[in-house]
Ligand binder design. Structure first.
Ligand code: BES
Ligand code: ZN
Ligand code: ZN
Length: 494
């Protein structure tokens, strides 16, 4: 899909061209592109201001059918993310126009003060992510995505940046897969069905995949996970994916919350947003997709993905508020609220994974709390870790990918909120305030002794409205973030 191309606009047939433009500076070196920008600027409505768009049709010199100009604003303020968004919008314009192939004029990195590889990667990501259409459930497929995107670089650039297209394609394919899984309705992704689908995809990619079904989970005493699943007629599952390169002895464990539908259980959710709770497995989707992409990229580190899958439903078999269960770790948990189910399945999955693999580091991703959305809004995930170095690594990956995270604390004294009169711990905190923190503290009780981070993605995992690089629904948040983190901690990077 992505190609680096050396193009002579005077000679080569380019039907549709995307040209990013700044309002205060010429940012292209190709004289033909500069000429096109000059022409665009003669049109009064287009000044190259941020988010402005102009499409010129049927140009004769050079002969171009569609030239899409997108404003970036002032050159000094252009970031990798504004380029990502501009190219995402350009891809969306192409879809609307029904064109199958787009050439992009790549700006001079020096003119924008951005590293050339970062600039090119951002443009590529925008095109791939903006090009995703989820129309599986529409009879009339109105739109077709781009089939090919060429990026104009000088001859030496094609060699210099040859590693970029496959890397960006693997990461974006992962993000798109995660989106598709999140957008799939809950009736078509019951825990066992989703487990089978993930395991099949994983095996195709060369990962090892194992699915534990209910009998095994029972035998192994996953008491907290089973309590969440009890009310559903669909049986739970736990998927374990493993990427095992020959080199790389250290192990990373990734755990993703996989509630295929969260009705709240007996503490049933009210209000219209309950329909969005098909997205409560976005952490699971992200972890599965990261493993598939890690295999495609042949990362030289052992990575284990642990994906607990349950449906949180209401029935005569459902767990009652006030029930006490014994978790995998041996700790007893009073289930003060059946809607705080994510921490229950994660407690068991984390405890099992740490015991089984003794990893050097573990990260969980979960649509865990509404409180985190209240605290940080829809665009930013909450990052919890007691490990300063791990925090810095994740924040660096967050800055590079623009999958934004913000650190929140794990104060020891707030553990008071999780005290139970009858069991070792209560899944329902005694105060509403600080809900994202008390949820993270609950998880911390099951990860002692391991470098561990928790990322609460309840806000950024699912957006009702489309954006420059995404359609409505699942965003694939976490996939590019975790892959970038893995790439940068991999031994090859030192
Ligand atoms: N899945 C929800 C969290 C959520 C909320 C995700 C909004 C995405 C968007 C989680 O299981 C939940 O219901 N959490 C409760 C916890 C409370 C009962 C302690 C919440 O946030 O209200
Ligand atoms: Zn819930
Ligand atoms: Zn939930």
């Amino acid at each position: 899909m992505l190609r680096l191309a050396t193009v002579d606009l005077k000679r080569d047939a380019v039907k549709t061209l995307f040209v990013p433009v700044c309002e205060d500076k010429a940012i292209h070196s190709d004289p033909v592109v500069c000429g096109l920008v000059e022409k665009a600027m003669t049109i009064e409505a287009f000044r190259g201001k941020k988010d402005q768009e102009l499409v010129l049709h049927n140009l004769s010199d050079p002969p171009i059918e569609n030239a899409i100009f997108r404003g970036l604003g002032k050159a000094g303020q252009v970031s990798a993310d504004s380029l990502r968004q501009a190219s995402g919008r350009a891809a969306k314009r192409c879809i609307k126009m029904g064109v199958p192939r787009l050439w992009s004029a790549v700006p001079e990195a020096g003119a924008l003060g951005i590293d050339p590889a970062v600039l090119l990667a951002a443009l590529m990501e925008g095109i791939l992510l903006g090009n995703h259409i989820f129309d599986r459930y529409k009879k009339e497929k109105e739109n077709k995505p781009l089939a090919r995107a060429d990026f104009m670089v000088p001859a030496d650039g094609a060699r210099r940046f040859a590693a970029l297209p496959p890397r960006i394609e693997a990461a974006c394919r992962g993000a798109i897969l995660a989106r598709e899984w999140v957008n799939t309705p809950s009736n078509e992704k019951t825990p066992e069905a989703f487990a089978r689908e993930v395991a099949a995809a994983a095996k195709k990619s060369g990962l090892t995949a194992r699915v534990m079904v209910e009998a095994e989970l029972r035998r192994r005493n996953f008491g907290a996970l089973l309590a969440v699943s009890a009310g559903s007629r669909h049986r739970p599952a736990l998927v374990v994916l493993e990427h095992k390169p020959r080199r790389g002895k250290e192990t990373v464990v990734l755990v993703g919350k996989g509630v295929t539908f969260d009705s709240g259980g007996i503490n049933i959710k009210t209000g219209p947003s309950i329909a969005d709770m098909k997205s409560d497995m976005a952490g699971a989707a992200a972890v599965a997709a990261v493993l598939l992409s890690a295999a495609a990229l042949k990362l030289d580190r052992r990575i284990v993905g642990v994906i607990p899958l349950v449906e949180n439903m209401v029935s005569g078999d459902a767990t009652r508020p006030g029930d006490i269960v014994t978790s995998f770790s041996g700790k007893t948990v009073e289930i003060g609220n059946t809607d705080a189910e994510g921490r229950l399945i994660l407690a068991d999955a984390l405890a099992w994974a740490l015991k089984t693999y003794a990893p050097q580091v573990a990260i969980d991703v979960a649509t865990l709390t509404g409180a985190c959305v209240v605290a940080l809004g829809e665009e930013i995930a909450g990052l919890f870790t007691a490990d300063e170095a791990l925090k810095e690594e994740i924040l660096a990956a967050s800055a590079r990918t623009h999958e934004r995270c913000w650190p929140l604390p794990l104060p020891e004294d707030y553990k008071e909120l999780l005290k139970s009169s009858f069991a070792d711990i209560n899944n329902m905190p005694s105060a509403r305030e600080g809900g994202a923190i008390s949820a993270a503290l609950f998880l911390s009780e099951f990860t002692a002794g391991t470098r561990w981070a928790h990322i609460d993605i309840a806000g950024p995992a699912y957006h009702k409205k489309e954006s420059a690089i995404c359609g409505p629904g699942g965003t694939g948040f976490g996939v590019r973030l975790l892959l970038d983190w893995l790439l940068h901690i991999s031994p090859r990077f030192g």
